[in-house]
Write a protein of this length. Sequence first.
Length: 184
Amino acid sequence: MRQARIARARDADLVRFALAGDNAATTELHRRYEGLVRSLVDTRVRQREDAEDVAQEAFAAAFSRLASLARPSLFRAWLCRIAVNHAWSRVRSQRREEARSDDAVQKNGGWGWQYQLPALVTRERLRRAFEALPDHVRAPVTMRVVEGATYPEIADAMGTGVKTAVRQVRGGLRTLARHVGAAG
């Protein structure tokens, strides 16, 4: 009976229960959003093992800072932001390592990077355009494009109306298309 109550509880209630020390509520929040966090992280971090680590780090960070969440009804969006930030941090770290490794290859007369350049430029252009989106637009676009969330789900997670969620997603996608196209 208690398990069913936890499973049906809204995020805001689960956050309050978790803050009161209810492990079942914490477990339910993790179960509810594990797939979303993994998909957000997987799209940014290349290695599967790294993605798994980053997803766990994001949950650990979120649960350790749960008391700082001002609006518990926005748990989903807040968790998404933490996951994306952790993923980008890992990506930056990987890039630094790759740059060191590329320098070593170039010193030894290596080649091959130029064949990957067009895809890397496009990916980098998209990443920059995405990062340029305001937070209140980036989160709904991520929810829609990456997880496939419905507009009512996005509205609920963001604490807005459905029409606002639709406007944010469509506007964000138009902005991305403009930025990616303009940079080419």
